[in-house]
Structure formats: structure tokens, C-alpha cells
Design a protein around this ligand. Sequence first.
Ligand code: DAK
Length: 257
Amino acid sequence: MSYKNIISEQKNGICYITINRPKQLNALNSLTISELNKAILKADKNKLVKVIILTGSEKKAFVAGADIKEFAEFDSLSGEELARQGQKLLFDLLENIGTPSIAAINGFALGGGLELAMASHIRIAADNAKMGLPEVSLGVIPGYGGTQRLANLVGKGKAMEMITTASMMSADEAKEWGLVNYVCSQEDLLFTAEKIAEKIKKNSPMAIARAIKSINAGFLSNVNGFEVEKKEFGNCFGTPEFVEGTAAFIQKRKPNF
Ligand code: DAK
């Protein structure tokens, strides 16, 4: 499938999705969101893809937010509708698919860009990255799940500060706040993401998908995460990957999932 605003490539069990609008600092417009939706769904369906790595083209930006020029015209109703659609098509989708994703944050990750990184399962930042949710400086609030996911990741007090001040933080500050897992040089960014991907690739995709589902369940208000965990734990038994994983252990060999 060919795309206009993203590049999607598959290599060694990893699907690399690069947001590619460098002249607009990779800002998310509707077409980009729709293309990301298609690429993520396609990667998730492909059994050969074990990990998705999301990044931005060139060195300056991961994603500098939603496309301000596009959303400047919205009214209250279309804004709410677009927030619902965008959350469903991209941010909720990415967070809830069974294929683990790593955001390799190569520069500015602002507004919708940071929201995209936060919907990913793991975040790594290059040392030049700048992160923030500057929406209130534009007269809106984060609309792609940012008020919820930021508070889940860094805690309510820090989320309050970051969102109300609209300030940007450095990669090191983001690491200190628990917003990103690792900081590395720009040159090492994909390599660092790949090192994590290689560890993930050795494990059972079926079990990983159930673990992601169980972890996410704990952050929903209408679901008991412990109950989901028990059910998903039980569902692992008898699956071919469970049989292979346990047989490999007993036979003192590496599992082949
Ligand atoms: N949208 C559109 N174009 C953008 C952009 C953005 N978010 N960010 C940068 N660009 C464009 C600039 O307009 C400029 O284009 P030209 O003027 O060359 O045509 C080009 O990228 C290069 O940017 P700068 O010239 O500004 O580069 P600088 O190095 O001087 O500054 C910067 C870099 C990242 C500090 C600056 O570009 C900047 O402040 N960018 C905007 C950051 C921002 O506020 N992002 C938006 C956050 S709000 C919604 C749901 C969610 C949201 C909205 C709606 N609905 C469901 C309706 C989320 C909103 C947000 O993300």
C-alpha cells in the first residue's frame, strides 16, 4: 500500500512507520491520521510483524502536534466529533492492539504528537527531543487522550503542571518524570528501539497481546483489571504458544513462537 504522508516498511519482524511531512514538522492532519490507521491495522494483522516502531522523518520533529492550520476552522460540534474519530482511529487503536509499539521520539513531540507517543506502549527519546502539551496556549485542551494518558504516566500533579503551563520539557526531564523510558543520542535512537524490539520478538505474541490487554484494563474506570488478568491468564492455557513455551523450557531449548 502506498501512502502520501507516512512511510511504512517491514524488516526483520519490525514494522517501521515514519510520519513524513517534514515541511510541516510532521503535523497530524486528517489524511495522516487515516494513513496511520491503515498502516497500524495492516501491521497488527500481519503475523510476521512482532513490533511497531513509530518515528518522525528528519531530525527536527517526531510530530509537532495536530495540524493547526487544519483545525483552526473547526467549531464546537465538529471539534468534538473529530476528537472522537481521531481517538478511535488512531490513539485508542494504537494503545489497544496486541502488537507492541515503540515511539522513537526524534525531536519535537507536541500536542497530538506527544499524545501519539503516549498511546504507544513504550517511549524512547533522542536527547534533542522536546515534549509538551501546549494546547491551552491555542485556546483548546488536549483532545486525543492527552489529559488522561499524561496523568496516567506521570501522575495527576505533574500532568496538571505540564498542561496548564503549556511548557515543553527536555528528554532528560521527561525521563525523570517517567514520561519516557530511555534517552539516547539521535544517532542511536532507532538502534535503541530495535534493541528493545529484539527482546520483545523472542516472546510469545499471544501472551504479549493478552498482557497489553490486561495492563490497559487497569486504567479503565468501568473494568476490573485484576478480573481481566485472571481471564486472560486462563486463556493462555492450551494455546499452541503456551504448549511451545512450556515444552521449550522442559526440553532446555529456546521456544519458537
Ligand atoms: N500544525 C501545522 N503546521 C505546523 C505545526 C502544526 N502543529 N507545527 C509546525 N508547523 C509548520 C510551521 O507552520 C512552519 O510552516 P511554514 O511557515 O514554513 O509554512 C513549519 O512547520 C516549520 O515550523 P516553524 O517555522 O515554526 O519552526 P520553528 O523551529 O521556528 O519552531 C516549533 C518549531 C515546534 C516550536 C513551532 O513550529 C511550533 O510551536 N509549532 C506548533 C506546536 C503546537 O502548538 N502544536 C499544536 C499543539 S495543539 C483535535 C484534537 C487534538 C488536537 C487538536 C484538535 N480535534 C479532534 C479537533 C491537538 C492539538 C494540538 O496538537
